[in-house]
Write a protein that binds this ligand. Structure first.
Ligand code: ZN
Length: 553
């Protein structure tokens, strides 16, 4: 699962006419929503052998760019070659936006085509036979005996036609033989170079998986990775298969572990029971003993490729997707710190200059931003989850149904602020960060709300901002900028944390629904700020400079 913290279809989308494709000027405007940014990572601490291993992984990652293009559309590679050959300004503008999107469809404009004659983006991508319908393929899959059906519906096969026109499942190891072989060899070489045992094991098992098409052992090894280099490479996410979400697209995130924030995370981990014991809810709903937490890694990306580098950039992801591995080992969350930092610089800082008064703008800081994101993730593990309603054991998710996502996201945000305040009061965190924490959160709320309230994060954020406005913890200045009221913010944060967690603890669906209906929309004073954000980039277009330097060695 991938977290971009943005809805895929963005309401900040430019109006793109369906009948005609954009000209060079329009394309530049569309591309300008992605601020170019150089991504550099400090390799100074890596010994020479690890650095060479890293270079092999980067090389492997780059192969997946072309492979992913072919997974999106059979015609993608031809279009790309034509664009590379076209030296006209229009051709170059098209090429640039094609690279951002991994094809000729603008992903944040509801996949509007921007090259002439390409037609709409195929929902089946290039995973199913050309000309086949969804119904035909589905009927065929369901007609198969159990084992064959599992293969046909599996992550790692395409569906093609036999010479007689009937369907067959083709393993990725065969379909993408050339690329998969090359990637496997590079990973095997990297495995020989590294002296870190858990990294060596992941690389070895993954190199084998690419050839055998059985990814189980390497997914297990990925869960056990504990090394200075944190690679994620292979077929993973299924979003590109809009027919069934069965087929995995190739991607890579080759990254280095971030030691500073990894330490901070460990420090927070030691305080979680302390926080649970003080949650602002009826004490009987607190858990006397928290269960083991899912592992979280904080990393800096050296290169992202394939499905991991198109459209809106990934901020964090949760893997693996194979339920057998999740049942045996759980899943791991990887937070891409330098991606988040680039988004912070290119989008959040400019937003703060519009949403906040001058005096507060200097309080907005990446450290406060990212620390709150980490605490948000941890707070998902605290508070009511398995509950008892009318004497029967159940879960918050089951009881709150479609309201659960927005409430749980709002809970993690607002109780994340509450938790950081607790740790400041306890002396675990520096008290001087207090104002930066609230003001940075306020600025980031506009970044989230900009993308509308159709999705859980947006709706949850609207609830928070509206609640704080009503409670007086946040005020609107006559010039339309937003400020924190230092006398009331703590009570507001604690009050909303209590209200949400109490709804969760009691599984009160009616109350949840009423709360979101009343408080889950964008109010006029907020909309007035959003209307002024038009020129602010929506996301980033990274250039992986350190990766390029590694390749030139
Ligand atoms: Zn969350």
């Amino acid at each position: 699962m991938r977290l971009s913290l943005l809805a895929l279809c963005v309401s900040a989308a430019l109006r793109v006419s369906a009948s005609e494709v954009p000209d060079a000027l329009a394309l530049e405007k569309m591309a300008a929503r992605f601020a170019p940014v150089d991504i550099r990572v400090d390799l100074a601490k890596l010994p020479e052998n690890e650095r060479t291993a890293l270079a092999r992984m980067v090389e492997a990652a780059r192969i997946l760019d072309a492979l992913f293009l072919r997974q999106v559309s059979a015609r993608n590679e031809t279009w790309l070659l034509d664009l590379v050959a076209d030296r006209s300004p229009l051709g170059q503008a098209r090429l640039r936006f094609f690279r951002i999107n991994g094809g000729p469809w603008s992903r944040i404009d509801h996949n509007a085509p921007f090259l002439p004659g390409v037609g709409p983006k195929p929902a089946a991508a290039n995973f199913y036979p050309a000309g086949a319908t969804r119904e035909e393929v589905e009927a065929w899959m369901n007609s198969l005996p159990e084992a064959e059906q599992a293969a046909a519906k599996g992550f790692f096969t395409t569906i093609r036609r036999n010479p007689d026109g009937s369907f067959k499942a083709v393993p990725y190891s065969l379909e993408y033989q050339g690329e998969v072989q090359a990637v496997s060899e590079l990973l095997a070489e990297a495995a020989r170079l590294t002296t870190q045992p858990s990294l060596k094991r992941y690389l070895e098992t993954r190199a084998r998986a690419l050839l055998s098409n059985d990814y189980f052992d390497s997914d297990m090894a990925w869960m056990e990775l504990d090394a200075s280099i944190e690679p994620t490479i292979g077929p993973y996410e299924v979003y590109e298969d809009e027919w069934f979400n069965f087929k995995a697209a190739f991607e890579a995130f080759i990254a280095l572990r971030d030691d500073e924030f990894t330490k901070r995370l460990a420090k927070f981990g030691n305080e979680l029971q302390y926080l649970e014991d003080r949650l602002p809810i009826d004490p009987r709903w607190r858990k006397p003993k928290l269960g083991a937490l899912a592992p979280i890694r904080v990393v800096d990306v050296v290169i992202a490729s394939g499905d991991g580098n198109r459209g809106v950039q990934t901020a964090a992801y949760n893997l693996p997707n194979d339920e057998r591995v999740v049942a045996a080992k759980g899943s791991k969350r990887v937070m891409l710190k330098n991606h988040q930092e680039a988004k912070f610089e290119k989008a959040l800082v400019p937003i703060s200059r519009i949403a906040l008064p001058l005096a507060d703008q200097r309080l907005v800081g990446f450290d406060a931003f990212f620390t709150h994101i980490l605490m948000h993730e941890l707070m998902h593990g605290l508070g009511p989850q398995t509950i008892v309603v009318d004497g029967k054991p159940t879960t918050v998710r089951q009881m709150l149904k479609e309201t659960n996502g927005a409430l749980e996201e709002a809970k993690a945000d607002i109780s994340g602020l509450w938790a950081l305040q607790q740790l400041m009061d306890k002396g675990v965190l520096d008290r001087r960060e207090e104002k930066a924490m609230y003001v940075t959160f306020l600025a980031s709320s506009f970044r989230t709300l900009r993308f509308g309230t159709n999705e859980a994060h947006g709706k949850g954020m609207a609830l928070q901002v509206n609640y704080l406005l009503d409670q007086g913890g946040v005020r609107v200045n006559p010039d339309g900028t937003f400020v924190v009221d230092w006398a009331k913010i703590r009570a507001g944060v604690e009050g909303l944390s209590r209200e949400i967690m109490t709804i969760q603890a009691t599984g009160d669906y009616a109350k949840a629904k009423a709360m979101l209906e009343k408080m889950g929309g964008v109010r006029p004073e907020v909309q007035r700020v959003i209307d002024r954000l038009e020129g602010v980039p929506v996301d980033i277009a990274p250039r992986y400079v350190t990766a390029e330097e590694l390749m030139r060695r």
